[in-house]
Design a protein around this ligand. Sequence first.
Ligand SMILES: O=C(O)CCC(=O)C(=O)O
Ligand SMILES: [Fe+2]
Length: 326
Amino acid sequence: MIPSVRAASADEVPVLDLSAPDGEQALATRLREACLSLGFFYVAGHGVPRTLTENIFAASRRYFALPEEDKRQDLIDERFRRGYMPIGVSHKAPWRPDLKESYEVSLDLPPDDPDVIAGRFLHGPNRWPARHPWLQAAVDPYLAAMLELGERLMRLFALSLDLEPEFFVSLAKKPTMHLRLFHYPPQPPQSPDDQFGIPPHSDLGMLTILNQDPIGGLEVRRRDGEWIAAPWIEDTFVVNVGDLFSVWTNDLYVSTPHRVVNRTGRERYSIPTFFSPDFDTSVSCLPTCLREGETPRYAPMRSGAYLEERLRAGHRFDEARRAPAA
Ligand SMILES: O=C(O)CCC(=O)C(=O)O
Ligand SMILES: [Fe+2]
């Protein structure tokens, strides 16, 4: 098992209260400080009703408690990437397969949407088990709340970089977003050093809003290389930037590596929502982020193509089709 790491101190993980009366510019300044240091921060005062969180966690627990044969009726499809992802599919070299199962939801596009008709990767309808209507009933309102919170944060991110407030929102009219219900079984104490719930990685897109349960297990790598355990703070979301911000800001805002190790002996559930801009968005160093004498560290890229490459590299669908071990 990976040796355990120290708990983050309170000043290492800033908490931004979005309901504070000091105004958006003050919040944007705090957000900037957080992104210049750890690249992770918490948001409180976010306005997302607590019942939405309680309901989606309850539905997630209920779903993952179903027999494997039942969940496999919702087996994820390689093109739209929606539905049930058993243990074994998320598997990135050189690590062992992730010790987690998931249910994947994205922006729900109707069959007559031009991108769906064109067969574009990730563009499609969500997938819901008709036998378990409570799943969609809990996820849909939560997803709507995440879209709203995501826009609020995108405006703050824009302000924090001296951009006009709608800069990121206007790039995300049909965002390639993913809401993922995760279940991490407890990791056995004798598990090898290359076994994680999720191995060290940076997030692919623009920003991530994570809802975690009180179990713990998320670990974040500081800029000096030390790993620290992210705390659980009641009624907050954990926010971090993804790789696109490293490109936009020339590493001023770093897409911080993180991982999950569930050492607690208990089941862990978490619900990250990932935001990326529209599939064809071209991403390159922002003029407001290029300091004197610097040159862009990353070649311009297309958001969707980057996402596709990384998603295809990190998943093994032959594992999804294999019958589960008896
Ligand atoms: O489950 C968590 O706490 C983190 C998940 C994560 O890092 C990811 O899916 O990218
Ligand atoms: Fe992540």
